[in-house]
Ligand binder design. Structure first.
Ligand code: ZN
Ligand code: ZN
Length: 157
C-alpha cells in the first residue's frame, strides 16, 4: 500500500513556528513577541520582549502602561519597560552571525491571538544596521511577510 507523502513545513514556516514558541517567555501584558535569528538555516540567537534583567516587568507589577492607556500600535514605547524581541535577539548574536542573516518574528496579543509582528521603527533601524538581510514576520492571519530590510530605507523609518 502506498503511503501519502508527509508534508513538511518549509524553513520560513518552521522558524516562524519557533518564534511563536519563544514568544511564550515574554513578560509584557499587552503583547508577547518572539524573534529567531538564523544563518544558513541554523539558529544563532533568540529573543522575546521583556524588561531588562533585574527590573520589574509588566507581569510582576501586573500592569503595562501602554496597555492601560490604550496607546496605539507603534507609539509611546517608553511607557513599556520591555526590550523588544528583535533587539534582544540582535544583542545576543555576533557581528559575523548577523551579517546576511534572517530574523523571524511572531507574536500574540493579550487574548493569545496571533497579531502582526511587523517590527516597530526603532527595531527596523536596528535590523538595518545589524546587516540582517531578510526579515520574516507573521501577518497576524496565519501567514507571513518576507521583506528585504533595504526596502525600509526608502521610507526613512
Ligand atoms: Zn508592557
Ligand atoms: Zn520594536
Amino acid at each position: 500500500m502506498k503511503k501519502a507523502k508527509k508534508q513538511r513545513p518549509g524553513w520560513d514556516e518552521y522558524f516562524i513556528g519557533i518564534a511563536k514558541a519563544v514568544s511564550t517567555r515574554a513578560t509584557c501584558l499587552r503583547r508577547q513577541y518572539g524573534a529567531v535569528i538564523t544563518k544558513d538555516n541554523i539558529i544563532v540567537s533568540t529573543g522575546y520582549n521583556g524588561a531588562p534583567s533585574g527590573m520589574k516587568d509588566c507581569l510582576e507589577v501586573s500592569q503595562c502602561t501602554r496597555k492601560e492607556l490604550q496607546i496605539p500600535h507603534g507609539e509611546r514605547y517608553e511607557l513599556c519597560h520591555s526590550v523588544h524581541a528583535e533587539a534582544n535577539a540582535i544583542i545576543r548574536a555576533s557581528v559575523d552571525e548577523l551579517k546576511g542573516a534572517t530574523i523571524y518574528i511572531a507574536g500574540v496579543d493579550d487574548g493569545r491571538n496571533e497579531c502582526s509582528a511587523e517590527p516597530c521603527m526603532m527595531c527596523k533601524r536596528m535590523i538595518l544596521n545589524s546587516r540582517i538581510a531578510k526579515v520574516v514576520y507573521s501577518d497576524g492571519n496565519k501567514g507571513f511577510v518576507v521583506v528585504n530590510p533595504k526596502k525600509w530605507l526608502k521610507k526613512r523609518v
